[in-house]
Design a binder for this molecule. Sequence first.
Ligand code: SF4
Ligand code: SF4
Length: 446
Amino acid sequence: MSVREGSLEAPTRHPLDWKNPEFYDSEKLFAEMERVFDICHGCRRCVSLCGSFPTLFDLVDESATMEVDGVAKESYWKVVDQCYLCDVCYMTKCPYVPPHPWNLDFPHLMLRAKAVKFATGHVPMKDKVLASTDALGKLASIPVVTQVTNALNKAPVTRGIMESVLGVDRNAWVPSYAGATFRGNARQSAPHPVKDGPRTPGKVAVFATCYINYNEPGIGHDLLKLLDHNAIPYVVVEKEACCGMPKLELGDLEAVAANKDKNIPVLAKLAREGWAIVTPIPSCTLMFKQELPLMFPGDADVQAVKAAMFDPFEYLVTRQKEGLLKTDFKRPLGQVSYHIPCHSRVQNVGQKTREALELVPDTKVNTVERCSGHSGTWGCKKDFHAMAMKIGKPVFRQMADPAPDFISSDCQLGGRHIEQGMGETKGKAELKHPLTLLRMAYGLPD
Ligand code: SF4
Ligand code: SF4
């Protein structure tokens, strides 16, 4: 049988078979890695995407046979450790994804390897601590602790200690904690009447996310102001835990399931009551749109949440196309360098943030669609920070040209990483989240 390269059909993502005992069978895992690595070695399209592929190809080229069979199995972990599960190789490059008979899903294979590593106790405690964003946020948002944590995060001596104890690179940007959480201070919605559009529910439930709740609540407040300005009633989701993405990146699938059990009943109820659900961090949106549905394909509540979940700009631009979004902008934004994070790209909703910013008169958007290298906690870690800066270099360069008034990314953590990487080439540009830029364009107060 001849095997066609690529396919005209849309890619099919198979569910993650993580309940099958074979999923955790190391021998079967290594056999599958050898099969897939051999296909990748013959293809090499993804060489520039991240550190995983160059690591693999170097291992092959430096082996005695110069083929995958010459690479020691223990070295496979070097490839796995460089993958931060951005999904870009699957979604944008690989011609062998299902329904192609080679059935190649590189990110899910890396996720399986991370799950095996986690289950066999090979993940250090420091990585588990860093992935506990919710617990860290709760602790750091206790008033006195907030100031102390922020001060310690900036002091060179404690950064050295953080590096040796927690593995956080002393040069990497780390988030500060806000004095007041978003959820504790979100304004109640005005009683606007609900106006459903053909594709958008006319009322929005906001899933705050750990980062917006504990670190940059202003972005969440800006989202609420945008909804209020457009007469869209909203609620902040009454009870939430971390979406589970940091645990997924660690391979801790049981912890992902535990967080899913806390979030999904609350969100499914909202979905069934006709609310659109919006989260202001792309990785969290993707968790509900893609990762949980693939882990729990038979769970009707998970599927209901998936159907109700919107990226904020997907929601706003669809409202605009339905004639339900105001365009009474009061100020131009000038030159905006806008970065699309990988976890926005793989949602397959197009460049909705760019479309929204381009609605603002006298605004030029320079769109940069390439991995910044940050990816959650991965880019802050001592072992990977230098690689994260290297991966981000083309992004840092493209963001600086032409000289922007603002730099922006849907992922604020990625935005901070880009700001750091741009250094002096940032010039006078300010980093603002796209939701903040839109709030400013409407002339709404801070
Ligand atoms: S998912 Fe992203 S980080 Fe992982 S191998 Fe693919 S492109 Fe690289
Ligand atoms: S993931 Fe697909 S496109 Fe990328 S190197 Fe492997 S076979 Fe080629």
